[in-house]
Design a protein around this ligand. Structure first.
Ligand SMILES: Nc1ncnc2c1ncn2[C@@H]1O[C@H](COP(=O)(O)OP(=O)(O)OP(=O)(O)O)[C@@H](O)[C@H]1O
Length: 343
């Protein structure tokens, strides 16, 4: 299958000034040539197939925005290769722009003071969108995103959820093959999030638009993506399916059993489970699913106890990801490599 994003050994370093302190420091800083070099993206490699919807996650400062900026052509890499739809983004910015749509949740791409529909018309001219394509897309986005509610209002008057809907539509008017979404659900309420997710799913499935989604919201990832990449300290720590992530790092599941009154006096003898919590007649039993299944555990308990109710809790993706960030961060501290240059 065709790869629409190809990244090989991609690296981005930023120079940071080491400020001089003391007498006349602000003036002396004008001639300051002491820098530290910070590696924001550290030789990452990955490929994305046409039509994939990939989650790109990582803690603050991990290198997500820097990588997205290299993929969209805003930043020039320090070294390595990047190709999007067969083009090198920073070398062919104009042609590249026709292939991609970009939404930054924190910052609108629309003009603040003019009505949304006028911004769309400007984009139609900039991207030379044929009238039939423009009309077809606008009609569809009006229907899917209820744009008519606010399309004649200037962007500055819109709620955050409305603004995201307008930004999503704007990013897709020119039929791009690839959509980069940087926190598209940030700050919007639960219902509005659902609506944005439904739209992203629709354009991915129905139009085959490849999506790279950056978010801190694990529900976005669970509801939208099959594949997830975790970046930290500029390196990719995980690249695979969410199911595999749960299998590899999910560790324990929990069986919650509610026993009949008066049975708690008899101890539970379960070699492959341990009690992690108890409230009244309810017990939380952690178990490794590779050693014992939930139904085997229930049978073992039922030999000596009467079970009134039972539920199994899956490991939460949020907790797994938190664990990976914590472990990753420890490693990162060990390999902190900051070279001081005196240019
Ligand atoms: N223009 C710049 N100059 C110097 N350092 C930078 C610059 N842009 C980013 N960095 C640094 O590079 C690292 C990666 O930043 P980046 O913005 O890519 O992180 P992120 O994963 O997008 O974080 P967040 O989730 O907070 O948006 C950070 O340490 C950041 O301070």
């Amino acid at each position: 299958m065709e790869h629409v994003i190809e990244v090989r050994e991609l690296r981005k370093e930023f120079k940071r000034l080491i400020p001089k302190e003391g007498f006349l420091s602000s003036i002396r800083n004008l001639w300051n040539t002491n820098y530290t070099v910070h590696t924001a993206v550290d030789n990452i490699s990955f490929q994305v197939k046409k039509g994939e919807l990939v989650g790109y996650i990582g803690p603050n400062g991990a290198g997500k925005s820097t990588s997205i900026k290299m993929l969209t052509g805003i930043l020039v890499p320090t070294s390595g290769e990047v190709k999007v739809a067969g083009r090198v983004p920073y070398l062919e910015r104009k042609e590249h722009a026709k292939n991609i749509g970009v939404v930054f949740g924190q910052k609108t791409q629309l003009w603040w003071d003019i009505p949304v529909i006028e911004s769309f018309r400007v984009l139609k001219t900039i991207y030379k969108i044929p009238p039939t394509v423009y009309k077809k897309n606008l009609d569809l986005f009006r229907e899917l995103l209820d744009l008519h509610e606010f399309e004649h209002q200037p962007v500055r008057q819109l709620s955050l959820g409305q603004r995201m809907r307008a930004d999503l539509a704007a990013a897709l008017l020119h039929d791009p093959q690839i959509l980069f979404l940087d926190e598209p659900t940030i700050g919007v309420d639960v219902l509005a999030k659902e609506r944005l997710r439904a739209f992203i799913r629709e354009i991915n499935r129905e139009r085959g638009v490849t999506v790279l989604l950056t978010t801190h919201d694990m529900t976005d990832i669970e509801k939208l993506c099959n594949r997830m990449m975790i970046i930290d300290g500029g390196r990719i720590l995980y690249d695979g399916s969410i199911d595999d992530l749960k299998k590899r790092f999910g560790g324990e599941r929990t069986l919650i059993v509610e026993l009949d009154e008066g049975q708690l006096a008899q101890p539970l003898d379960l070699p492959h489970a341990r009690i992690t919590r108890q409230e009244g007649r309810r017990m939380w039993l952690a178990f490794d699913k590779d050693l014992v299944t939930a139904s085997e555990l229930m049978l073992q308990i039922a030999q000596h106890h009467t079970i009134r109710d039972v539920t199994v809790e899956e490991p939460e993706i949020e907790a797994i990801v938190r664990q990976i960030y914590e472990q990753g961060l420890n490693e990162k501290e060990e390999r902190e490599r900051v070279a001081v240059l005196d240019i």
